[in-house]
Design a protein around this ligand. Structure first.
Ligand SMILES: *[C@@H]1O[C@H](CO)[C@@H](O)[C@H](O)[C@H]1NC(C)=O
Ligand SMILES: *[C@@H]1O[C@H](CO)[C@@H](O)[C@H](O)[C@H]1NC(C)=O
Ligand SMILES: *[C@@H]1O[C@H](CO)[C@@H](O)[C@H](O)[C@H]1NC(C)=O
Ligand SMILES: *[C@@H]1O[C@H](CO)[C@@H](O)[C@H](O)[C@H]1NC(C)=O
Ligand SMILES: *[C@@H]1O[C@H](CO)[C@@H](O)[C@H](O)[C@H]1NC(C)=O
Ligand SMILES: *[C@@H]1O[C@H](CO)[C@@H](O)[C@H](O)[C@H]1NC(C)=O
Ligand SMILES: *[C@@H]1O[C@H](CO)[C@@H](O)[C@H](O)[C@H]1NC(C)=O
Ligand SMILES: *[C@@H]1O[C@H](CO)[C@@H](O)[C@H](O)[C@H]1NC(C)=O
Ligand SMILES: *[C@@H]1O[C@H](CO)[C@@H](O)[C@H](O)[C@H]1NC(C)=O
Ligand SMILES: *[C@@H]1O[C@H](CO)[C@@H](O)[C@H](O)[C@H]1NC(C)=O
Length: 757
């Protein structure tokens, strides 16, 4: 009641609505009980209502469905292109087994496509917003869900019934107060691997990419919306997408708006507003074919356009002027004999209308088949969740590929052997020369896996050499295979592996050198910490989060780092963060591998409670460590310090107490200078959400990235952090019997867990 009063007040303010006091006609329409202008029918639980309306100041009368208890938003219009104009009254009835809209003279201005022969047809609005025409047994003759306007409601299908040729698509309103068919429409393209496409009249403007088992390839953020269940059916009779809500009290709708943007809203009851949670196209790289054939668009690069690996600019002059529509051509023609594949990670796959799909194939079979067929140019997993299935591209050009910072999938490009860069194997002599025979002067670090040296290759390229201790019993081939796998994990927030060296019993990994060392050399240094101003700290936090999303979800393995800490975050020359040591467990699978998995490893102060106490680890343990990192970066303090007028407290307790008192901003490190209070609060709140005691309360990393980077997302309230000591008395962070084990990790043993997908 409170809600509907408020809703009505709000509705009065909405421009595009025509607010009349409607008289309910009951709950159904029959041939002898038609619906007249001024009357409405309402769904059984009162969710939706159907009635006549005149949008804005229009003199045109329409029949439509809107929410009954929310501000009037029309989700379906029967006669969008056949309005009643200057009419004093319309009638919606059932005539000849069809729904028919009559003008004052009794002429039919609109009628439904489907008809029923039954003698007792009846039309009702259901609680899901579907307007259905049935006979008395309930047999369906026609439903509004098959003829969407501009809106997709929960449970509505978007796509094809291939048996009848019914294409359920969305077309925008012409303007805010004109529901007639506008310029923009979106439908499911069923050529090749099906993908939704958006058109301005007949021009393709945006493509969401094919379904990859978890999300549409061009909408990686879909997987972060845990309130929805997506269903995508692709078989010989049906090709459609539906989104359902997990709880019936969640109200959501997706529309194509008048300026050609697809938007998804969720109704927020407390604020009484429609919250925009997603829209697309979003940025220039979403513009269809932005970088031309075989181009790769990346919003983080200037210019945006580059060529796919193994391709070069067709006309370099145009590119210089940032005109990329000409695109790229192969450097070396394929010879259909010695060709191989290069993997590109973190992308929206190219237009699949020239592809084929086989969901039964494994990825290896896919590779084999693509290699054999000379016209195959690329392949990818059809289902990235299980890493199986096969999409293969044929023929000429790969179009509309873009890369993502967060998310995105992998595609394998077929290239001539000379355009593939295999992972370089370095000679021992090269490394000896580069590191001055592993001189002490070149030693830059020491960890459980061995020593780290700085080196300089000919041509002055600086490298970091990790010389693994000799405990590993792994064979050379196995080691090389693993290095190859890990080298393929590529993300701008992971330290890049350049190659390896195996000679005798030496095992070395060669990384790019990070001139600004590790984060702790800034953060916990009285002088250098002032280099970390607010903008830098925020970028570092976001970068680490993005690297973790990649490790947890987007690479070919599901990787749990297990030893995230400030000293494992390296900084490049622009102070971008790079996570290091993320593949060490796989590389270092020696005698200790087994024992280590049973032993709790990690670093004191960063381990989640369930991991420290029960040895249970999951991606959520990394989330916990990440939260500690965030709070350390914001406060410039170590988690294990002593705070607040002598009371012994860890940082988490300190931050939590400040948060509860409403003084969270007091946590901020003064040496960062100016910070935006709203953004700083967002970071602290996100940090606290990550260190919550209960595993299930902690967010997944993709959602963390969203919370950090979106200004509109409403953040949940954090609950008590792990290792909260109540703030009154000293309490040890860890049960003592674990201390022994964690101390061995404190001197640097790291352990990363990698599961092949
Ligand atoms: C509707 O009425 C308006 C104003 O009386 C008039 O200008 C217009 O031509 C009419 N339209 C039709 C289709 O009769
Ligand atoms: C309607 O009646 C016609 C002829 O009586 C019949 O051919 C048709 O199958 C019927 N349609 C339905 C939907 O019952
Ligand atoms: C969209 O759906 C309508 C109604 O089914 C149909 O008439 C129209 O042709 C469809 N548009 C496209 C582009 O398929
Ligand atoms: C396709 O999928 C739909 C929905 O699951 C199902 O109803 C239909 O029978 C399927 N068709 C075939 C040919 O498997
Ligand atoms: C369409 O959606 C975009 C993105 O949310 C928004 O910027 C634009 O104003 C919307 N257009 C209309 C007419 O609502
Ligand atoms: C390669 O694949 C294409 C597309 O599926 C097919 O038309 C062609 O026959 C195949 N060629 C060979 C040699 O198998
Ligand atoms: C590939 O793109 C080039 C433009 O760079 C175009 O000339 C060519 O026709 C395209 N090939 C195919 C098969 O579409
Ligand atoms: C490098 O040092 C090792 C032992 O420290 C020594 O045996 C070897 O001869 C040195 N190699 C070169 C090329 O100086
Ligand atoms: C490697 O072996 C040495 C000597 O056996 C031992 O001291 C060291 O702890 C081992 N390192 C690791 C990482 O297990
Ligand atoms: C980071 O390293 C680069 C290259 O060595 C240097 O120019 C820059 O000043 C360093 N940044 C900071 C904040 O120290």
């Amino acid at each position: 009641m409170k809600r509907s009063t408020r809703a009505s007040i709000l509705a009065a303010f909405l421009l595009f609505t025509h607010f009349t006091l409607s008289i309910a006609a009951g709950d159904s329409i029959t041939p002898i009980q038609p619906l007249r202008d001024g009357q409405t029918i309402v769904s059984p639980s009162g969710t939706f209502e159907l009635g006549f309306f005149k949008p804005g100041a229009s003199n045109k009368l329409y029949v439509g469905i809107c929410y009954h208890n929310l501000p009037r938003t029309y989700v379906w219009v029967a006669n969008r292109d056949d309005p009643l104009v200057n009419d004093t009254g319309g009638i919606l009835t059932i005539r000849d087994g069809r729904l028919a809209l009559l003008n004052q003279g009794g002429g039919v201005v609109w009628s439904s496509k489907g008809a029923t022969n039954a003698t007792d047809p009846i039309a009702r609005v259901q609680d899901d917003g579907n307007f259905v025409l049935t006979d008395s047994t309930g047999a369906l003759a026609w439903q509004s869900f098959d003829y969407p306007t501009d809106t997709l409601l929960s449970g509505m299908k978007f796509g094809w019934d291939l048996k009848t040729g019914l294409n359920r698509n969305l077309t925008s309103w012409r303007s805010l107060d004109d529901p007639s068919s506008g310029d923009y429409s979106t439908y499911m393209d069923v050529h090749g691997s099906p993908q939704p496409k958006l058109f301005k009249r007949s021009t393709l403007t945006y493509r969401s990419g094919p379904w990859n088992g978890l999300y549409f390839s061009g909408i990686p953020e879909m997987k972060t919306y845990d309130k929805f269940i997506y269903e995508v059916v692709q078989n010989s009779t049906d090709v459609y997408y539906t989104c359902r809500v997990k709880q019936s009290n969640i109200i959501t709708r997706l529309i194509v708006n008048q300026s050609g943007v697809v938007q998804r809203f969720v109704w927020l009851d407390e604020q009484q507003i429609w919250n925009l949670i997603w829209f697309g196209p979003k940025d220039p790289c979403d513009d269809y074919g932005k970088c031309g054939p075989n181009g790769l668009c990346d919003t983080d690069e200037i210019p945006l356009c580059d060529c796919l690996k193994g391709f070069e600019r067709k006309t370099p002059k145009d590119w210089y002027l940032r005109e990329a529509s000409d695109g790229c051509v192969r450097k070396t023609a394929l010879d259909c004999g010695s060709d191989g594949f290069a993997v590109i990670s973190g992308v929206k796959v190219p237009d699949t209308s020239t592809s084929t799909v086989d969901r039964a194939m494994s990825l290896d079979e896919c590779r084999g088949k693509c290699l054999k067929n000379c016209s195959c140019t690329a392949y990818a997993a059809a289902d990235i969740g299980s890493g199986s299935g096969c999409v293969m591209w044929y023929g000429g050009n790969l179009t509309d590929t873009r890369s993502y910072r967060d998310g995105g999938q992998e595609i394998y490009l077929k290239l001539a052997a000379s355009d593939l860069m295999d992972l370089p194997l370095f000679d021992l002599s090269t490394i000896v020369m580069a590191t001055d025979n592993f001189s002490n002067a070149n030693k830059i670090g020491e960890g459980g896996f061995g020593l780290v040296y700085k080196g300089k290759l000919e041509g002055d390229q600086e490298i970091a050499v990790k010389r693994l201790s000799r405990n590993s019993t792994q064979g050379v081939d196995e080691f090389k295979n693993e290095v190859m796998l890990i080298a393929k994990l590529q993300h701008r927030n992971l330290v890049r592996l350049l190659g390896c060296c195996t000679e005798g019993d030496e095992r070395m990994l060669i990384y790019e050198y990070m001139p600004n060392k590790s984060l702790d050399t800034f953060l916990f240094d009285v002088i250098r910490r002032s280099c970390l101003d607010w903008r830098r700290r925020y970028n570092i936090i976001l970068g680490i989060a993005r690297g973790l999303v990649y490790l947890h979800q987007d690479s070919r393995f599901r990787i749990i780092h297990r030893d995230l800490k400030v000293s494992n975050i390296l900084l490049d020359k622009e102070m971008n963060p790079k996570i290091s040591d993320f593949g060490m467990a796989r590389i270092f699978r020696g005698d200790h591998g087994e024992a280590n998995t049973r032993r709790v490893v990690g670093t004191y102060g960063y381990m989640s409670p369930e991991y420290a106490m029960d040895g249970i680890f999951s991606v959520k343990s990394d989330v916990f460590s990440f939260g500690v990192l965030v709070l350390e970066i914001m406060s410039g303090k170590k988690n294990r310090g002593v705070y607040r007028s002598q009371a012994n407290m860890n940082l988490l307790t300190h931050a939590w107490m400040l948060w509860k008192e409403g003084n969270a901003l007091e946590l901020l490190d003064v040496s960062m200078g100016y910070s935006s209070p709203i953004e700083a609060m967002r970071c602290i709140q996100t940090g606290l959400l990550c260190v919550q005691e209960q595993v299930e309360d902690r967010p997944m990393m993709p959602f963390v990235v969203m919370m950090l980077s979106s200004e509109t997302i409403v953040l949940p309230q954090p609950r008590q952090p792990g290792f909260y000591n109540g703030g009154n008395h000293f309490q040890q962070d860890w049960p003592t019997d674990r201390k022994q084990e964690s101390s061995c990790s404190a001197n640097g043993i790291t352990m990363t867990l990698i599961e092949a997908r």
